[in-house]
Design a protein around this ligand. Structure first.
Ligand code: 13P
Length: 358
């Protein structure tokens, strides 16, 4: 086997690791505000708001104008392309507003999923064409990290070997391109919670998917210290008749991560994946309290679990804007970071010892 040719200078590595560490500094997580235009329709239509560019701007302004209380709990914000170039009412670009308060600006760079022919409804994610040029431009425009979402499904026949390998490889190629442009990649292999599978099956699939991702990242010479992982928590499928405790979810999640994610990875920032705001907070707290050695920061990169109450409070009405911002601040403050997890209100670690590691 050949040796590795130099991919990064010491300065490049330091910059990447510093960015990753700032995003997941103690007490901090990520606000995923990178819903595509199509996904914004799914958020705005139920509250009776038309999905226009101006309404999307007004809504993002509600989130980004939160006061200094969020500076302690939000380390990064992921933007969608359109939002990165939008401005607040007073003319300040959103990206500048976020950056000026010490929060790292991120950008969604994938272009969505497309079918993998010959599979049972599986997908790969597109967006590699021109990615290096787009990353270079985003870096100039203030972004220091990026996100790329791959999607895998659990059923009797999925995920297939093809879907696992293809998505691992495309995530690794994306991560490599980001790092060459000074951008920290968030690697997001999301395993959907649809289905009636139990916790064990989700843990098994998560281990196989994550193991494939880290093999591909190694093959592509990605600098792990300058990356973040954005996985699903290991949960049973939505239609599973068995309900599991947050301690069981935490044990399955941390076990899967310990078996597959190298300690060199700077942080694990979970997606909320349709969990309620409360469940997402309780489960993340349990994960941080799980009494197994955890060599990475374990925090949140939530979309829906940070925004659902804010959207409901707003409903498109100017008079509700302040109340909506307060709802967002409340969620951000109660999303448990490692600091929160050490508080007296955390569940006792002894709760976990009766759980066997499968
Ligand atoms: P949810 O937390 O709503 O799952 O969204 C996070 C995200 O960015 C998915 O790509």
């Amino acid at each position: 086997m050949t040796h590795q040719y130099p991919a990064f200078t010491a300065e490049q590595k330091k910059e990447l690791q510093d960015i990753a560490q700032r995003i997941v500094a103690p007490g901090k997580g990520i606000l995923a505000a990178d819903e595509s235009t199509g996904s914004m329709a799914k958020r705005l239509n139920p509250i009776g708001v038309e999905n226009t560019e101006e309404n999307r701007r007004l809504y993002r302004q509600i989130l980004f104008s939160a006061d200094e209380r969020i500076d302690k709990c939000i380390g990064g914000v992921i933007f969608f392309h359109e939002t990165l170039y939008q401005k607040a009412d007073d003319g300040t670009p959103f990206a500048e507003m976020i950056k000026d308060r010490g929060i790292v600006v991120g950008i969604k760079v994938d272009k969505g999923v497309v079918p993998l022919a010959g599979t049972n409804g599986e997908t790969t994610t597109q967006g590699l064409d021109g990615l290096s040029e787009r990353c270079a431009q985003y870096k100039k425009d203030g972004a220091d990290f990026a996100k790329w979402r791959s999607v895998l499904k659990i059923s009797e026949t999925t995920p297939s070997e093809l879907a696992i390998m293809e998505n691992a490889n495309v995530l690794a190629r994306y991560a490599s391109i980001c790092q060459q442009n000074g951008i920290v990649p968030i690697v997001e292999p999301e395993i959907l919670p649809d289905g009636d599978h139990d916790l064990k099956r989700c843990q098994y699939v998560s281990e196989k998917v994550l193991a494939a991702c880290y093999k591909a990242l190694s093959d592509h010479h990605v600098y792990l210290e300058g990356t973040l992982l954005k996985p699903n928590m290991v949960t049973a499928g939505h239609s599973c008749p068995t309900k599991y405790s947050s301690e069981e979810i935490a044990m399955a999640t941390v076990t899967a991560l310990r078996r597959t994610v190298p300690p060199a990875v700077t942080g694990v920032t979970f997606l909320s994946g349709g969990q309620s705001e409360e469940d997402a907070s309780i489960n993340l707290s349990a994960i941080n309290n799980c009494p197994l050695t955890k060599p990475w920061a374990l925090t949140f990169s939530y979309g829906r679990a940070l925004q659902a109450s804010a959207l409901n409070a707003w409903r498109g009405d100017k008079e509700n804007e302040k109340a909506a911002t307060e709802q967002f601040i409340k969620r951000a403050e109660s999303s448990p970071s490692p600091k929160w997890a050490e508080s007296d209100s955390s569940p006792s670690p002894t709760t976990y010892y009766c759980l066997s590691v499968s």
